[in-house]
Design a binder for this molecule. Structure first.
Ligand SMILES: [Zn+2]
Length: 401
């Protein structure tokens, strides 16, 4: 049993390698909350345990459910595979909220089957209020689904919009849209993406100040070829997550190593784009609190499996399996400001866990593309359990030749 018990702060340095394993462990759950975690013999002897329903995981790894802290599962909308905001926003106008919700549900189910119990979902359709609100409303409705969803407003800066002439849409997002989203409780975070470094510099302060005044957490897409300014701005404004970082410099890594922010790396995005992988090893060695997420979106990063992300991070970023697991669970929870509730198996936290069909967690790094999940539990309820493959009927077994 990998408990991931440890420091309350985002894990960094050697902490990332400490999974706090109990070789023969048990967990006692009541009303969805962890009551006890420890050696089986001790947990079995507790009074409460005698009345409990037993779920056996003998011979298998048990670990916290994956926390996928960076996804674009609802945007671009279906039918808009071309890059850029406009085609996606146009397609989104043609999709009803009901249809968008129906399309998202199988994604969430697939994520649950692959062991994800908490995920983030971003908007990102540009300065288009009805399209943005449609995504946020659908995300709010999806909160009834088995896995928890936390919504983020993603505002994309367009290149060439300088500091002096603050365009209308930038004023709109700060003065109108974010307050509206906050009043309706539709999002927890405000994320900023931009291609041009000088634009970020000019606008980020205003955007993040607006978000923070409302109590929204800040995030930044540091995904350009020169992400130094995005990193600096994110650190300066106490961003909870600074994401992508494929082209980060040594200086950026040193700055991130001294910051509270979690650096979320997205190896599946690099894999699909055939691009550069973020230097995960160097970032961890520089003391950065690293998280891993999928960047899942149906067009450009059609990977929703955090197991695949863990394997890619070990293979292409030189993380150890233990570091990758910490990054994909507890540090993902920190990147969503949610680590008091999920990300580790500890007293008082939500009983979100996965049971794997292996007896050694390091197999997650080797079984690329395979689903090792035997069972997924969310808040103490089994939301997925692997089923048998049906045998062939007897008459089918006669040779056909
Ligand atoms: Zn992204």
């Amino acid at each position: 049993m990998l408990t991931l018990r440890g420091s309350r702060a985002p894990r960094r340095g050697s902490e990332l390698n400490q999974l706090n394993i109990i070789p023969d462990g048990s967990i006692l759950v009541r009303d969805g909350i962890v009551q006890e975690v420890g050696p089986t013999r001790r947990v079995e002897n507790l009074g409460l345990a005698r009345q409990a329903i037993e779920v056996s995981a003998v011979g298998r790894v048990v670990m916290p459910g994956f926390v996928d802290s960076h996804t674009h599962m609802l945007f671009p909308a279906p039918g808009a595979p071309s890059p850029g905001i406009e085609p996606g926003a146009r397609a989104l106008h043609g999709v009803t909220a009901l249809r968008l919700r129906a399309l998202a549900r199988p994604y969430l189910e697939s994520m649950a089957r692959h062991g994800t119990t908490t995920a983030e979902v971003k908007t990102g359709s540009g300065a288009d209020e009805s399209a943005e609100l449609k995504i946020l409303r659908v995300a709010a409705e999806l909160k009834q689904e088995p896995i928890s969803l936390l919504a983020t407003v993603l505002f994309r800066l367009r290149a060439g919009a300088g500091e002096d002439a603050l365009p209308l849409e930038q004023r709109w997002v700060c003065d109108e849209f974010l307050p509206k989203v906050w009043r309706r409780h539709l999002a927890r975070f405000a994320d900023l993406a931009g291609e041009d470094e000088s634009d970020i510099q000019g606008f980020a302060a205003q955007y993040f100040q607006s978000a923070r005044r409302l109590g929204l957490g800040c995030k930044v897409h540091a995904d350009s070829a020169n992400p130094s300014e995005a990193v600096r701005v994110g650190v300066a404004h106490g961003a909870v997550g600074i994401d992508h970082l494929e082209h980060v410099t040594e200086g950026d890594a040193a700055l991130l190593g001294r910051a509270e922010s979690v650096a979320t790396l997205l190896p599946a995005a690099s894999f699909h784009a055939q691009g550069r992988f973020a230097p995960g090893r160097a970032l961890i060695d520089a003391g950065v609190a690293v998280a891993l997420a999928t960047n899942f979106n149906p067009h450009h990063t059609p990977t929703f499996s955090m197991q695949t992300v863990v394997a890619l991070a070990c293979r292409h970023m030189d993380l150890t399996p233990a570091e990758a697991i910490s990054a994909a669970t507890i540090n993902g929870a920190h990147a969503l400001g949610h680590a008091a509730h999920v990300g580790s198996l500890e007293l008082g936290k939500s009983a979100d866990l996965v049971v794997l069909n292996v007896s050694d967690y390091r197999d997650l790094a080797r079984h690329f593309g395979a689903n090792l999940v035997h069972m997924t539990m969310k808040r103490g309820e089994v939301i997925y359990e692997q089923d048998v493959v049906a045998p062939r009927p007897v008459e089918d077994l006669r040779p056909a030749w």
